[in-house]
Design a binder for this molecule. Sequence first.
Ligand code: ADE
Length: 263
Amino acid sequence: MVFDVITIFPDFFRSILEHGLLKRAMVAGHVEVRLRDLRDFTNDRHRSVDDRPFGGGPGMVFKPEPIFRAVETLKAESRGANFPVILLSPQGRLLTQAVAEELARESRIVLISGRYEGVDERVAENLASDEVSIGEYVLSGGELAAAVVMEVVARLLPGVLGNEESCEQESFSSCGQSVGGRKHGMLDFPHYTRPADFRGLCVPEVLLSGDHEKIRQWRRKRALEKTWRRRPDLLQSIELNDEDRRILDQLQRAACEAPIQRD
Ligand code: ADE
């Protein structure tokens, strides 16, 4: 997977590319990140990338020319290959695990880091093939968002996570068969490690029992319970088995008898 990141702050990315998952993915040859300084695609003396908005108002707006030139240069380099050109912006479609899975099927992605004041609309309308937001809040620039996209997509690429299981079982994943042999998209079950007793806070007995079937049931139940409390909306799209429905019935009944606070 090649990520081309168009940005006015290429140095912003250095530390995330020198640590953690992206670094490992790059060293192992799964990922290549090419940082493209937007100012290299300007053709004025001041290398200016923005200008005042038509119609007035505060702030500056990214000009279309350097961004068009940057993307056109990448397209020319790749001799006609087709790849998504994603503008990061708070107006984009929300980045979810499903969107990340869709992007992970590409072999190359161009990420354009915008600015919160705005990017000339002709970029979204006539150049980008997609507009993505990482959440319903406003960042001052798209660099953090581009980094998030690269991380969530890279970790889905085959071979990047050492242990495929950990990907399949974590919250929101639909990338494989979970315990119980069905796809799931619920929140993760709780995890514990040593010591078993930390200041009197004890790890649930079942996890120390060595009984794998009991542990599987406990995890499924805790995951369902957490999802029911915190993100009941997710339950609409989860394939539930009889055991799940029984657990949810119990939770509903308990809530009616003594209303349980949702987290
Ligand atoms: N730029 C500013 N805010 C953003 C957001 N929430 N997602 C993606 N890019 C952004």
